[in-house]
Design a protein around this ligand. Structure first.
Ligand SMILES: Cc1ncc(COP(=O)(O)O)c(C=O)c1O
Length: 350
C-alpha cells in the first residue's frame, strides 16, 4: 500500500524512477496495445538469454519474479505428489517471505532455520539437517544477497553445497539484488547452471530493482532446459504485458541509466554508512539497495516514530531484534532520513 506524503523507504523500490527511455518505449507501444505481445515477449526472452549467456529454452518469464517463485514451488509439489513423495520448503529466517507463503497456501510445510546469531549468515548445517531428516523433496529458497540483511552467502560454501546435494534437494536462488553486489568473491548461480553443476538449481532475477520497473512486473527464472520446461508448465500462459516488455527492453539498452542507477544507490549507501558509523550504530555490509542496521531499543517504536516524522522504514524481521531495514533511496531522500535519524539521537531514541 502506498501512502501519500510519506517518504517510502520500506519496499526496496528504486526511487530514482523509471528511465526516460522506458517511459518513451511504453508511450510508443500504445498504438499496438490491442495486439497480443508475442513479438515483444519473444524479443525479451532472446535479450535475457543473451545477457545471461544461456539459451532461450533456459528462460522462463514471470509476472515479476514472484510468479517464478510460485511456479517453482508448485512444480516441485506436483512432482512430489506424482512420485508419492512428501514436499517441504526450507528457508533461512528471516528471508523474503513469498516462497514460504506460496508453500503454506498449497498446504505444504515450511521449515524456518534462523540465521546465525553472530553475523546473520545462513546456518548451513541446520538448513541441510532439515532436509536430511525429511523423507521427500526439499526446496531450499535462498536469497543472495539475502533480504532483509543485504549480505551475501560465502560463494565457495554455497557452490559446494549445491554441487554435493542429493537428487531430492532443490535450490531456488533468488538474485533479485545481485546487480548491486560489489564483493569480488560473488559468483552468480547462472554460471553454475551453465556449468551444469546441478539439474536441481533455479536462479531468479527481476527488473524491479536496478531497472526501477517494479510496477511493470517482469522477472525471470533461469535453469536447465528440462527444468525450465517443467517450470513453464506452471506459469500463466502469455503472462508478459506489452508495457513491461518494452520498458525492460528499453532499459536494458540504456547503459547510461543503468550506470546512473547503480551510482545513485552506491552514493546513498555511502551516505548512510557514514552516518551510521558516526552514530556508532552497527550495520551489516550491504550488497543490495537496502541496508540492515542497528537501532537501539525497540524496533517497533523506532518504526512508529519514523512514520510520525514522515518516513516509512522497516518492517520488523523476527526473530532478529534491534535491527531495521532501510531502503537506499535517492541521495536527497537519504539526506532527509539522516536529518531525522540525527534528531532521534538528540532525543536519545537511537
Ligand atoms: C528477494 C526478493 N525476491 C523477489 C522480490 C519480488 O520481486 P518482483 O517484483 O520481481 O516480483 C523481492 C521484492 O522485494 C525481493 O526482495
Amino acid at each position: 500500500m502506498h501512502t501519500h506524503n510519506l517518504l517510502e523507504l520500506n519496499s526496496n523500490e528504486n526511487s530514482l524512477g523509471m528511465s526516460d527511455s522506458a517511459k518513451q518505449a511504453i508511450l510508443d507501444s500504445l498504438d499496438i496495445g490491442f495486439r497480443y505481445p508475442d513479438d515483444q515477449r519473444a524479443a525479451l526472452i532472446s535479450k535475457i538469454a543473451e545477457i545471461n549467456g544461456v539459451t532461450e529454452s533456459q528462460v522462463s518469464l514471470g509476472n515479476g519474479s514472484s510468479e517464478n517463485i510460485r511456479a517453482v514451488v508448485q512444480m516441485l509439489q506436483t512432482k512430489a505428489l506424482k512420485d508419492g513423495n512428501q514436499f517441504q520448503v526450507v528457508v533461512p529466517d528471516p528471508t523474503f517471505a513469498y516462497a514460504e507463503l506460496y508453500a503454506l497456501s498449497l498446504g505444504e510445510s515450511v521449515v524456518k532455520v534462523p540465521l546465525t546469531a553472530e553475523n546473520y549468515d545462513l546456518d548451513f548445517d541446520n538448513l541441510q539437517k532439515a532436509a536430511d531428516e525429511f523423507d521427500g523433496i526439499s526446496l531450499f529458497y535462498l536469497c543472495n544477497p539475502n533480504n532483509p540483511t543485504a549480505t551475501i552467502t560465502a560463494t565457495h560454501k554455497l557452490k559446494a553445497w549445491i554441487n554435493n546435494a542429493p537428487a531430492n534437494h532443490y535450490f531456488l536462488l533468488d538474485q533479485a539484488y545481485s546487480e548491486y553486489i560489489t564483493d569480488p568473491s560473488f559468483e552468480s548461480g547462472v554460471e553454475w547452471i551453465k556449468q551444469e553443476l546441478s539439474a536441481n538449481l533455479v536462479v531468479i532475477r527481476t527488473f524491479s530493482k536496478l531497472c526501477a520497473l517494479a510496477a511493470m512486473r517482469i522477472g525471470y527464472a533461469i535453469a536447465s532446459p528440462q527444468t525450465t520446461a517443467s517450470i513453464e508448465a506452471f506459469m500463466s500462459i502469455d503472462n508478459t504485458n506489452l508495457s513491461g516488455a518494452v520498458a525492460v527492453l528499453a532499459t536494458l539498452d540504456d547503459e547510461e541509466f543503468l550506470a546512473h542507477s547503480l551510482r545513485t544507490t552506491n552514493q546513498s549507501r555511502q551516505m548512510i554508512e557514514e552516518t551510521l558509523g558516526e552514530l556508532g550504530l552497527r550495520y551489516l555490509p550491504s550488497q543490495a539497495n537496502f541496508i540492515f542496521h542497528e537501532v537501539t531499543g525497540d524496533v517497533k517504536t523506532y518504526i512508529d516514530r519514523m512514520r510520525e516524522h514522515g518516513i516509512v522504514v522497516g518492517r520488523e524481521f523476527p526473530p532478529i531484534e534491534g535491527f531495521s531495514r532501510l531502503t537506499l533511496g535517492t541521495p536527497d531522500e537519504m539526506a532527509v532520513f539522516i536529518k531525522v535519524l540525527k534528531l532521534f539521537r538528540e532525543k536519545g531514541w537511537v
